[in-house]
Unconditional design. Sequence first.
Lengths: 427, 343
Amino acid sequence: MSDDALPGGERRQLAPPIDESGALGWMRKNLFSSWGNGITTVVLIVAVGWILSGFLDWAVFTANFTAASGTECRGGGACWALIREKWRYIFFGSFPYEQHWRPFFAVIAMLAMLITSADRRMWNWRLLVIWGVGSVITFLLMFGQIHIPLSLVLFIALAVGGVGLSLRKAIADTGEMNAYRVLAAIGFVGLALRIAGVLPAWSLAIAPLSYVETSLWGGIPVTIILATYGLAFAFPYGVLLALGRRSNLPLIKGLCVGFIELIRGVPLISLLIMASVMLPLFLPSGTTIDKFLRAQVAVVLFAGAYIAEVIRGGLQSLPKGQFEAADAMGLNYLQKTLLIILPQAIRVVIPPLINTFIGFFKDTSLVLIIGIFDFLNTANQALVDPNWAGFPAEVYLFAAFIYFIFCYSMSRYSKYLEVELNKGTRR
Amino acid sequence: MRNVTMAVAVGLTVAFSATAVTAGAHLDAIKARGNLLCGVGTGTAGFNLANSQGKWVGLNVDVCRAVAAAIFGDAEKVKYVPLTSQQRFTALQSGEVDLLSNNTTVTLTRDTALGFDFTGVTYYDGQGFMVPKKLGLKSAKELNGATVCVAPGTTTELNLADYFRANKMSFKPVVIEKVDEIRAAFFSGRCDVYTTDSSALAATRAANVPAPLTIEDFVILPEIISKEPLGPVVRHGDNQFADIVRWSLYAMLEAEEYGITSKNVDEMMKSDNPTIKRILGVTPGMGKALGLDEKWVYNIIKQVGNYGESFDRNVGMGSPLKIARGQNELWTKGGLQYAPPIR
């Protein structure tokens, strides 16, 4: 019995219901629910509109898109003509101008590689194929020529065979195990012969394009290569460091702790300066290690230490029962770690891991202090040209926009990954 | 601290790279490699920067191109290595570059303790004064009582005080740390004068003049009150290569003095003037003395141009920087640029 029902079938007159649905209802509920809220809303709308109109006026309505030089641009709004003139330099740096298609497709290849490997269905042997093919295409386009030494091929055979043997033991059938044995044997014997000097220093040369050395690389490919390969190598390395830090063997534990604390205790800039200023002094005169490679190694070492600590957080969050259960199943250390521990540990630390990745994507721009022209540095360089100088806002907004695209996609991906990987445990 | 670092760096260099170097060792390595490794800065307007096509241009870059033209007969055979000011000396010491051409001031300690040789001066820089044109000033001697914008704690500030004291004038300093803020203060009229190195003044004038005003509204006064001679540097160990770098620059100056330009160099080959014949290798001998092709100067001038052309194109009136020749004028026109005779 409701209160509205009065005797005699009469009903009390009611105010019309407040429309809680639709745009109007939403606004009433969220923006104008009280006098105070209403005033705040109006004030904020006016403020945002005022700022936005000023910005749009500068960025669109009075902006100059077509000027032929910086002097023509002066006085009006934003000088987007500068970006029009300089975008190829900002994206590709000093790479030979008429061959800019090479870094362009290299970037496409790397993005394709990253996007396909973001898909969970690819997380098996396919990932190795994707990265192998993607990397060969990328570096073939960037360098123009690749020399694959025999020793590298042999080493890969040995590594694949060895890992297969220890991991797939008791899981794989005899044929597969035999394949691993053959691979490992070829690799081992070949490397031994190579070291003994029986096999010649043979290398496979793929050289369809003109050679472009790393000192000419610049712009977005440099940023992506430094970040992608820096993190790709730093990740397994960080996992090893994290496992080593939890090891029972005092020597391994000490080394890992020492390394992590040493690297985390110094800024990335100091590592880069060491690699670019001090290292050449220790080498014999005339021998130089490629500057780009030095920077890449510094990024790997640095990122590795940070990733190790993130992974260790994940390892510590696992209950002891997981380790004991794996032991009870009769799994060896490698199988236990790779099949039971790491999948769970890494799932826990995805948000901080992606956070580290995003941080390092931006930190790669520190290489500008050792004269490598990454994306931010080529943007800086566009500012120096006296024909176009004096428009820092435009250039930095443009650079910020590109960085934002990359970093925002990474953060969305981390969100997706969290949902995907927690499907099994979500209540 | 810096001295300690430098001492360590020098010690290490001596310890690790003191292999016996014979005359011509660097030159042979360059010839075998087929290109010149030239260390340039990471971007200074007019002196070294990558243009929209990613090609390096500038006054310092032209020195690299001239040396390549002298050695290989092709000014394009240069590999540019961008270096920051922290890296540049190590890069030269360790052999990462053959030649450093990135606005390095010639000083005694660099010439001696670091194990380098300076091979001439490409640009006589120094502290200058910029004033708004509407003040109608012609000389820094008229600056008595002026308000001066200056960065703190630098030799710039000390030079300024010394100059005004020596000329018995007074000034009111406006000391601001950040360069952007100094510029803003100067252009908004908070001070009458802005003082720093004259090349930096020119770059500021070309890039940072706010909208209604133009580059024409500001003048850089002719007085230069400090010495910042900027020049190319090579490391000890190969005097022949050092000679080639030194005389490549001299050749550009000599060519300007005798009126040889990239446009008229082919006609000049037919000149009767014995000096021009010697310079351009029509009368042989000079190339052989340096261990180069007799057409070395011809190649430099044809492909790079003489000093005046390079100056004009990169920093002078033909460029947005519009720096007057001033001290960088030839000695015959009252400047300091003086090349010993090529004979």
